[in-house]
Design a protein around this ligand. Structure first.
Ligand code: UT7
Length: 327
């Protein structure tokens, strides 16, 4: 008997050129490099240039993922783009990326789950591929999160950055002895009772403006570790593994203290945790694929490794995905 398994065939990432350091922020808002590093682990973030849009970052990351998969856009059946910072209210930024990549076949859509967007998108693409809606998918997380910031609000403006990451997924038919490969299990969760702990105070249907990020940081922090460990433990249980079998933990990069707390609670030693928050800050849906891209490119993640992705963010939304790496 065979089953469909989804493999990650290629990865790519893109960071805008401009680096904004904590020291620069010290000059514009009442904060210090020491406070930001101590409370979050963030030392710098990248910021998209004027005229550089989410679709541009997404397209660059997608091109690199296609190259690493040895594929062209003609091989792709659909695109899912996780973003909370679309170029336009409509059409979907995924359609703009589809056009920039020169693809007019198949389908493309945006997925909005804020910081959990990439994990949601991977799980959604995996389901679509298993249901036969295509054989290969491009899954992208891309954000110009700094454009949602109130640069006078020190409690949020020091936390976010811009960037994009992408993966190429391919469905394969696996014989029983090959079932332990590719995406093994995913869990997605949301609980809208927490919507106003992390949200944007504007929108099409309410204010007609984009709004700014507003967050009760302490409240988000209080829930984060428990929610993350809940889905990570659940995914391990679904797939029949334990945390000591994990080779790599690729968490959402919001705060170094949350990453450390979650790693400790799940039972993963720090040397198996991929960390980029110090250089990238919180790039929302782009953080997990960018961290994944770095760890694959520098040779940490290799074929045969058991890799756990997880994220948590506004909504609240949270989720995790377990992958036996086989490119
Ligand atoms: O990606 C989605 C998920 N988002 C997150 O995971 C974010 C979760 N939350 C956090 O990461 C943390 O709660 C923050 C980093 C946002 C804040 O850290 P905290 O340790 O919870 O600090 P706090 O909010 O309790 O603030 C402590 C103090 C306050 O001053 P008082 O009231 O003690 O006088 C703040 O006003 O730090 C002050 N403060 C700052 N000081 C210097 C807040 N922001 C800053 C700042 N610079 N940028």
């Amino acid at each position: 008997m065979t089953i469909t398994r989804t493999l990650v065939r290629g990865v790519g990432g893109y960071l805008p050129e401009r680096v904004l350091t904590n020291q620069e922020l010290e000059k514009t808002v009442d904060t210090t490099h020491e406070w930001i590093v101590q409370r979050t682990g963030i030392e710098q973030r990248h910021v998209a240039a004027e005229g550089e849009f989410t679709s541009d970052l997404a397209t660059r990351a997608a091109e690199r993922a296609l190259k690493s998969a040895n594929m062209t856009i003609a091989d792709i059946d659909f695109i899912i783009l996780a973003t909370t910072t679309p170029d336009l209210t409509f059409p979907a930024t995924a359609a703009l990326v589809q056009n920039k990549l020169g693809m007019s076949h198949g389908f493309a859509f945006d997925l909005q789950a804020v910081c959990s967007g990439f994990v949601y998108a991977i799980a959604t693409a995996d389901s679509h591929l298993k249901n036969g809606m295509g054989k290969r998918a491009l899954v992208i997380g891309a954000e110009t999160a700094t454009r949602l910031l109130d640069w006078e609000d020190r409690t949020t403006c020091v936390l976010f950055g811009d960037g994009a990451g992408a993966v190429v997924l391919e469905a394969v038919e696996a014989d029983e002895e090959d079932w332990d490969q590719g995406i093994l299990a995913s869990r997605l969760r949301s609980d809208g009772t927490h919507w106003n702990k992390l949200y944007c105070d504007g929108g099409v249907s309410t204010t007609g403006t984009t709004g700014h990020v507003r967050m009760e940081g302490k409240e988000v922090f209080r829930h984060a570790v428990g929610m993350i460990t809940d889905v990570v433990d659940g995914v391990l249980e679904d797939a029949g593994f334990s945390s000591d079998q994990l080779d790599w933990f690729v968490p959402h990069q919001a705060n170094r203290r949350i990453i450390d707390g979650a790693g400790k609670k799940v039972g993963i030693p720090p040397e198996k945790v991929v960390v980029t928050v110090n250089r990238h800050a919180n790039t929302s849906a782009a953080s997990v694929p960018m961290a994944l891209n770095e760890a694959v490119l520098d040779g940490r993640i290799k074929d045969g490794d058991l890799v756990m992705l997880e994220a948590m963010g506004g909504g609240f939304t949270w989720g995790a995905c377990l992958i036996r790496w086989k490119s």
